[in-house]
Ligand binder design. Structure first.
Ligand code: NAD
Length: 461
């Protein structure tokens, strides 16, 4: 049990993207006084005006409630944040470098070295962003260099495991918390800064396991977890490839092996593979860092994990050619004059995040093969249009599928899972469907007259 009763520290979150905004809002909800800070003025203006700049279930309501409570503010001023906060959480992006597999730490560097000179008292800077092992030590050096001498500012690391689409629940009720800290003072501050989570757990008769460890282990926990999850998905997708060759059904295979509790059925659904702003870049950055450390061989399998994942995207294009009766040329199939409906643009349902989304990547591949691609997504249209402007975006599922020669369901939104194959069958040009997420019932679709293709499942006419 953490020490309690001490006054709660005031918290700031540097970077109000998916991670930082969710945290700022949820920690205000837990009773902390909070400032969310970003260099993106438009984002801060939206948040301060009561509008979450991205789609995350339940977050808008909590934002408005906590703005009204005055526990939550937003700012673009480093001075204000430095003056206010006792604990500063670094939640900025750590994208893949433009010229390699490693993580680009320029935003971490900017946030820390621009905040530090404005600090006026001892404070704790806590990294939450996903970073290569060794970053926390480097952040300590940045603080040493840029903070006024003699304040004793300390650094800690608390990696984050939230999943988009479940972010509010994951922040308020995490399945574990990891603290990387070097001193008792830092550990105490970390506990105090998470008191609200522990208090909530007590009132709900739950426990939140805490692992207190060193910097390097804390940093590695996050990338190790993501490497494992990516591997689990690619494992079942590799089985899907074998099932395709053998005429077997990977959905039944995964159900059967998932009953073994050592394997478990979660994250074991074969489909179009993983994407998003985390798994792909994290497994690449992990390999790059391991190589720098001379441990590259240990993570060579992650290269295969990545390749298996990419091959699933090509598989959809292959299936499209097969269903449309098009020949494979040396540069892939020619899909010209085919009208294809792509349902789904986000990397997963209940999110508007299109970063490295397999669905949108496939939409682009189909368009490059000559198809006339019509996309619909319940939440991701604005982001998708910005990322891939030369596709046609429709305002409803019906508009997207109307007259289509082929329908591809590439993100498993409930609207698509529950779509009525009879009604859709009446407005398409031809009843052909690719279920890129194995989220449709093949019997239902085939009985409505559709040719159905899933991922790693036998063909059904
Ligand atoms: P994001 O791109 O949505 O947000 C990053 C934010 O940082 C942007 O709003 C950007 O304007 C801001 N920023 C850039 N420079 C800044 C600076 N100097 N000071 C303050 N703000 C600055 O990214 P995200 O998805 O929130 O991810 C952030 C980090 O959290 C990454 O390291 C990511 O790997 C990690 N993470 C993300 C998730 C997730 O589900 N999104 C989950 C766990 C961990």
């Amino acid at each position: 049990t953490p020490p309690s009763g001490a006054p709660r520290p005031r918290l700031t979150f540097l970077g109000t993207g998916y991670l930082g905004a969710t945290y700022a809002i949820c920690f205000a909800e837990l009773g902390y006084e909070v400032i969310g800070f970003d260099v993106d003025e438009a984002k801060i203006a939206k948040l301060a005006g009561g509008e979450v700049p991205f789609h995350e279930p339940g977050l808008n309501e909590l934002l408005r409630k906590n703005l009204a409570s005055r526990r939550l503010r937003f700012s673009t001023s480093y001075e204000e944040v430095a003056e206010f906060g006792d604990v500063h959480f670094v939640c900025v992006g750590t994208p893949q470098r433009a010229n390699g597999m490693g993580a680009d730490l320029c935003y971490v560097e900017a946030a820390v070295s621009e905040l530090a000179p404005h600090l006026t008292r001892k404070a704790l800077i806590v990294g939450k962003s996903t970073v290569p092992v060794g970053t926390a030590e480097w952040v300590e050096e940045l603080v040493e260099k840029h903070a006024p001498a003699g304040l004793g500012v300390e650094v800690a690391w608390a990696p984050e495991f939230l999943q988009e689409g479940f972010a509010v629940e994951d922040v308020l009720r995490p399945n574990r918390i990891v603290f990387g800290a070097k001193s008792e003072w830092a550990t105490g501050m970390l506990y105090a800064a998470h008191d609200g989570i522990f208090d909530l757990a007590v009132t709900e008769d739950r426990e939140v396991p805490v692992v207190v460890t060193d910097f390097a282990t804390a940093e590695l926990v996050k990338v190790a977890a993501n490497a494992f999850l990516a591997t689990k998905i690619s494992f079942i997708n590799a089985m899907a490839e074998v099932c395709e060759a053998a005429g077997a059904d990977v959905t039944q295979l995964s159900r059967a092996i998932g009953y073994d509790p050592r394997i478990g059925n979660r994250f074991l659904q074969a489909g179009l593979g993983f994407g998003g702003g985390c798994l792909p870049k994290d497994i690449r950055a992990f390999q790059a860092r391991a190589q720098e450390l001379g441990a590259g061989e240990a993570l060579r399998f992650l290269h295969e994990v990545d390749l298996i994942n990419q091959r699933r995207r090509q598989r959809v294009v292959q299936l499209a050619a097969e269903l449309l009766g098009r020949k494979q040329g040396p540069a892939g199939p020619d899909l010209s004059k085919a009208r294809i409906a792509v349902l789904g643009a986000t990397f997963k349902p209940n999110s508007d995040d299109i970063r490295d989304a397999p669905s949108l990547a496939v939409a682009g591949m189909l368009a490059r093969a000559g198809a006339d691609v019509h996309v619909y997504d319940p939440q991701g249209m604005e982001n998708a249009r910005r990322a891939l402007s030369d596709l046609t975006y429709e305002t409803s599922m019906d508009d997207a599928v109307r007259g289509a020669d082929l329908v591809c369901v590439l993100t498993e939104w409930a609207d698509f899972r529950n779509a009525d194959p009879v009604a859709l069958g009446e407005i398409v040009g031809a009843r052909r469907v690719i279920d890129g997420r194995n989220c449709l019932d093949p019997a239902l679709w085939t009985s409505a007259g559709w040719q159905y293709r899933g991922m790693g499942r036998p063909r059904v006419e």
